[in-house]
Design a protein around this ligand. Structure first.
Ligand code: F68
Length: 836
C-alpha cells in the first residue's frame, strides 16, 4: 500500500486552531478567484463553464469540510450511538445548489457571481448528476441522509462509488438507446479519497477449521483472491445547523499482491491484467429496478459493500474498545436498504466469530440487535435469490454461515410449529427444488430485529402476504415507515419562487418542520393569495415550456393542463393506461367531440431497464402516438404528448414545479409507496391516482375533494383475477373499442407493422397482471373531473394550495424521526454553528 504512516503526525493544535473560513462576499470572492486562477490555472480566455463551476464548488467544499471536521469530533467526543444506512444506491443528483441552500449562502454567492460576471444557473447546469441509483429506492436513500444531517443524527451512508452511473437515455426513432454515464470524467470536487481506511475483501478460496489456544473451534477462510475497497467520502450538510455527515462510497481496487507463480512463470501481463477483475466490481451500476438476474458481478458488489462497511465500523470500534463487544449493539445500528446489502447479516457473523473470536450466540445476538431491514417491493421478480453454488464458489465461508443460521432458524420454527413440514420448506432460507437458492429477504428478516415496508398498505400486504409466516412467528418485528422526500431539495431548492411565497406568508419554519405548511390552509380562501399562487405556478410552467423548447424544439401551451407521469417505465406503473387515455382524447378530437375542451399537455418520462423488452416497446408506443398527435393539424393546441428523454434527478427538479396534474396510476397493490407522488404534491400538483402505496395516505391528508381517485382497490384487483375478461370489457365500452381499434389497425405505426402487437396482446390477455383495461373507464371518468376542475381557475388553485398545505407528512424529516424513535434510537448531537 502506498500509504505509510508518519513517524510523527502534525500536532493537533496546528490543525484545530485554523481560523474559520469567511462566509462573507469578500472572502468567498477572493477564494473563487484564487481557485480559478491558481488551482485550476484558468483565465479570461477559458470559455469552458466547467472550470467556473469547479472553482465555485471548491469554495463551498472548503466550507463544508471545516464543518465536517467539527461534526466528526463532536460525534467522537460524545461516543454516541450511531447508525449506518447500507445501500447499493444513492441517487444524489447534483450537489452545488443543495450545498448552498444548506449552508445558507445563496444570496452571498449570487453577489459574488454577479461581480465576476457569471450566471449561477449556467454553473449549476455544468455539474453532472451523481446518478448512482435506479429510481425511488436510490433517491430515498439520498433524501434520508439529507434528513439525518438536518435532524443532527449521527448517521453514515455506506454505498458503492460506481464509475458509471445510471445510463443516459437517448431517443432515436422513438426508441430508447442507452449511453454509458461516465459522470466522473471531469472529476468530482465534492469527494475526498481516504485511502488510509482501505479494507481488504475476500473472494473465492476455501475454509479450514482449527482449534485456537483456548481450545475454541475457529474457521479460517484461506486461499482467497483479495480485492481492496477504497473509501471516497462526500460531505452531507444538514440544513443551516453546522452538522455535516458522511456518505462513504467504496471503490474496488486491485491489491498489489500479484499472483507470484504466474508472475514468475513469465505470465507478467496476465498477472498484471488480473487487476481488471478487481476494478470491474464497482465499474457500473446495474440498471434493473425491479428484476434480479443473479449475475456474479452483482453478488461481488453486494459483498464488497457489506464487508467493507462492516469492517470499517468494527475497526473504529476495536480502535476504541479493543475486543470488548459488550456495548456494540447499544452503540451501532445498521439499516439495510432492501435485500441488496443483506449479506451483511452473514458477514457480521463471520467478522465477529472468525476475526474477533466471539461465540455463535454472542455474535448472533449482536447481529440481530443491530440489523434492521426495509423492504421496497412486493413484486416477486424483484426478490433476490442467489444460487447456492455461486455463493459457495465466491463466498465459501459466508455460505457455511448462512447454512448454520438456517439450521438454528428452522429449529426455532419446528419448536413453534412441530411437525409442520410445509411451513419449514416455505420458510427455509434455502429454496429447494431445482437449483438451490438463498432467499435473501428471509435472511434479512431472520437476521434483523425490525422489518418495515414503506407505506401503510405496503406494510400491511407484507404482513398478510409475502412475509406472513414470519409475521406469525415474530409479529413485533414488523412495522411501517411511510416514505418521504426532503423538502430542502424538493421545494426550497427546486421551486424558489413558491418557497418564497410560502415563507412570506407563514414564515420560514416550514423548511425544518414541514407540518407548518398547514398554516397555508386559510389562505386557500384568500383571493389575492390565490392570484399570487397561480402566477407563481404559471411562471414555473413557463420556465418548463422554455426549457423543453430549447431541448426538444417543441411548443407547449402554458395555459394547457400539464399532465405529468415521470418514473421508471414498468408495466405495473401503467404508462400504458396513460397512453390509452391520450388515444381516447385524440379520438374525441378527430370525431369533433370537443365541446368545452380542456387543452392538455401530457408529459411522460422515464428509463426502461435495458433488458426489459415490454418497457422499451412502451417507450416506442408513447413516441409513436406523440408523433401522430403532435403533427395532426386537427389537434393543434388541444392536445400534446411529449416523451421527456433522460429523466433523472436534475430533470425532476425542473419538471415538478411546472406540473398541474400528477399521474400515480399503478395497479393497486403493486407500487410499494412512490415518492414522485410526494414531490408533486409538495409543489402544488394535484394527484390522479389509484388506492396504491402512499397515494392512500396522500388522499387521507389532502381530503378526497382535492384528489382524483379512480380504479379498482387492491382487494378488487385480487378478486377480479379469477374471472378477468378484458375483451369482454372492451366490447362493452365504445370509447375503448375505438381506442383499441386505432391501435390494432396500425394507425400509430404505419411504417412498422405489428410492432405493437405484443402490447395489444398483453392488455387483452385475461392473465394481464396489471389489469390496464379494467381501470380504463374509471380513469377516463376521473380525467373528466380533472378537466372540469381545471376549467375553474379558482377551484383548481384552491386545490393546489391545499395539496401543498397538507403535504407536511411527506417530509423525510418525519420518516427519519420515526426510524430513529422506533428503530435506531440515536440522540441528536448538536454541533457548534457559529461562523461568520
Ligand atoms: C433496484 C434494484 C433491484 C434489484 C430491485 C429493485 C430496485 C429498485 O430500485 N426498487 C425501487 O426503486 N423500489 C421503489 O422504492 C421506493 C422507495 O421506497 C418506493 O417508493 C417505490 O414504490 C418502489 O418501487
Amino acid at each position: 500500500m502506498p500509504h505509510r504512516r508518519f513517524k510523527t503526525s502534525i500536532p493537533k493544535s496546528h490543525i484545530t486552531t485554523l481560523p474559520d473560513l469567511g462566509m462573507d462576499k469578500q472572502h468567498m470572492e477572493a477564494d473563487f478567484k484564487r481557485y480559478y486562477a491558481h488551482r485550476l490555472g484558468r483565465d479570461e480566455n477559458c470559455l469552458w463553464l466547467h472550470y467556473a463551476y469547479e472553482a465555485l464548488a471548491l469554495v463551498i467544499s472548503d466550507r463544508l469540510t471545516e464543518r465536517w471536521k467539527k461534526t466528526y469530533n463532536a460525534y467522537k467526543d460524545e461516543h454516541c450511538k450511531r447508525a449506518y444506512y447500507l445501500s447499493m444506491e444513492f441517487l444524489m443528483g447534483r450537489t452545488l445548489s443543495n450545498a448552498m441552500i444548506n449552508l445558507g449562502i445563496n444570496d452571498v454567492i449570487d453577489k459574488v457571481l454577479y461581480d465576476v460576471g457569471l450566471d449561477l444557473e449556467e454553473l449549476v447546469e455544468a455539474e453532472a448528476d451523481a446518478g448512482l441509483g435506479n429510481g425511488g429506492l436510490g433517491r430515498l436513500a439520498a433524501c434520508f441522509i439529507d434528513s439525518c444531517a438536518t435532524l443532527q443524527l449521527p448517521v453514515t451512508g455506506y454505498g458503492l462509488r460506481y464509475e458509471y452511473g445510471m445510463f443516459s437515455q437517448d431517443i432515436i426513432n422513438g426508441e430508447q438507446v442507452e449511453k454509458p454515464d461516465h459522470w466522473l470524467c471531469n472529476g468530482n470536487v465534492w469527494e475526498i479519497e481516504r485511502a488510509e481506511y482501505t479494507q481488504k475483501i475476500k473472494f473465492g478460496g476455501h475454509t479450514e477449521c482449527h482449534t485456537d489456544e483456548n481450545g475454541h473451534k475457529r474457521v479460517c477462510w484461506v486461499g482467497s483472491h483479495d480485492v481492496l475497497a477504497v473509501p471516497f467520502d462526500t460531505p452531507i450538510p444538514g440544513y443551516q445547523n453546522g452538522t455535516v455527515n458522511t456518505l462513504r462510497l467504496w471503490k474496488a481496487a486491485a491489491t498489489d499482491e500479484f499472483d507470484l507463480q504466474e508472475f514468475n512463470e513469465g505470465d507478467y501481463a496476465e498477472s498484471v491484467a488480473a487487476k481488471n477483475t478487481a476494478e470491474n466490481i464497482t465499474m457500473v451500476l446495474y440498471p434493473n429496478d425491479a428484476n434480479e438476474n443473479g449475475k456474479a458481478l452483482r453478488l461481488r458488489q453486494q459483498y464488497l459493500l457489506a464487508s467493507a462497511s462492516l469492517q470499517d465500523v468494527l475497526q473504529t470500534w476495536v480502535g476504541r474498545q479493543n475486543n470488548d463487544f459488550t456495548d456494540f449493539a447499544a452503540k451501532n445500528a445498521f439499516q439495510l436498504n432492501d435485500t441488496h446489502p443483506s449479506i451483511a447479516v452473514a458477514e457480521l457473523m463471520r467478522l465477529l466469530m472468525d476475526i474477533h473470536g466471539l461465540s455463535w450466540d454472542k455474535a448472533w445476538s449482536i447481529t440481530r440487535d443491530t440489523m434492521a431491514y426495509t423492504n421496497h417491493t412486493l413484486l416477486p421478480e424483484a426478490l433476490e435469490k442467489w444460487s447456492v453454488g455461486l455463493m459457495k464458489d465466491l463466498l465459501p465461508r459466508i455460505m457455511e454461515i448462512i447454512f448454520e443460521i438456517n439450521a438454528h432458524f428452522l429449529a426455532e420454527v419446528s419448536t413453534h410449529w412441530p411437525g409442520d413440514k410445509d411451513r419449514l420448506a416455505r420458510m427455509s432460507l434455502i429454496e429447494e427444488g431445482g437449483e438451490q437458492k438463498v432467499r435473501m429477504a428471509y435472511l434479512a428478516i431472520v437476521g434483523s430485529h425490525s422489518v418495515n415496508g414503506v407505506a401503510a398498505l405496503h406494510s400491511k400486504l407484507l404482513q398478510q402476504g409475502l412475509f406472513h409466516d414470519f409475521y406469525e412467528l415474530w409479529p413485533a418485528k414488523f412495522n411501517n415507515k411511510t416514505n418521504g422526500v426532503t423538502p430542502r431539495r424538493w421545494l426550497a431548492m427546486c421551486n424558489p419562487e413558491l418557497a418564497e411565497l410560502i415563507t412570506e406568508t407563514i414564515g420560514d419554519g416550514w423548511v425544518r418542520d414541514l407540518s407548518l405548511l398547514k398554516k397555508l390552509t386559510p389562505f386557500a380562501e384568500d383571493q389575492a393569495f390565490r392570484d399570487r399562487w397561480h402566477t407563481v405556478q404559471q411562471d414555473a410552467k413557463q420556465r418548463l415550456v422554455e426549457f423543453k423548447k430549447q431541448e426538444l424544439d417543441i411548443d407547449l401551451n402554458v395555459d394547457a393542463l400539464f399532465d405529468v407521469q415521470v418514473k421508471r417505465i414498468h408495466e405495473y406503473k401503467r404508462q400504458l393506461l396513460n397512453v390509452l387515455h391520450v388515444i381516447h382524447l385524440y379520438d374525441r378530437i378527430k370525431r369533433g367531440e370537443t365541446k368545452n375542451w380542456t387543452a392538455r399537455c401530457v408529459l411522460i418520462g422515464g428509463k426502461a431497464a435495458p433488458g426489459y423488452f415490454m418497457a422499451k416497446r412502451i417507450i416506442k408506443l408513447i413516441n409513436s402516438v406523440a408523433n401522430v398527435v403532435n403533427n395532426d393539424p386537427d389537434v393543434g393546441d388541444k392536445l400534446k404528448l411529449v416523451f421527456l428523454p433522460n429523466y433523472r434527478v436534475s430533470a425532476m427538479e425542473k419538471i415538478c414545479p411546472g406540473a398541474d396534474l400528477s399521474e400515480q396510476i399503478s395497479t393497486a397493490g403493486k407500487e410499494a409507496s412512490g415518492t414522485g407522488n410526494m414531490k408533486f404534491m409538495m409543489n402544488g400538483a394535484i394527484t390522479i391516482g389509484t388506492l396504491d402505496g402512499a397515494n392512500i395516505e396522500i388522499r387521507e391528508e389532502v381530503g378526497d375533494d382535492n384528489f382524483f381517485l379512480f380504479g379498482l382497490t387492491e382487494n378488487e384487483v385480487e378478486d377480479l383475477r379469477h374471472h378477468y375478461d378484458p375483451v369482454g370489457m372492451i366490447n362493452q365500452d365504445e370509447d375503448l373499442q375505438r381506442v383499441m381499434n386505432l391501435l390494432e389497425c396500425g394507425h400509430f405505426n404505419q411504417f412498422e407493422p405489428n410492432i405493437f402487437d405484443c402490447i395489444i396482446d398483453s392488455i387483452k390477455s385475461p392473465n394481464d397482471p396489471w389489469m390496464t383495461i379494467a381501470d380504463f373507464r374509471s380513469f377516463v371518468n376521473a380525467q373528466k373531473q380533472v378537466e372540469t376542475a381545471f376549467q375553474n381557475k379558482e377551484r383548481w388553485t384552491r386545490m393546489s394550495i391545499l395539496n401543498t398545505a397538507n403535504s407536511g407528512k411527506f417530509s423525510t424529516d418525519r420518516t427519519i424521526t420515526e426510524y430513529n424513535d422506533e428503530i435506531w434510537k440515536l440522540k441528536p448531537i448538536h454541533v457548534d454553528n457559529n461562523y461568520n
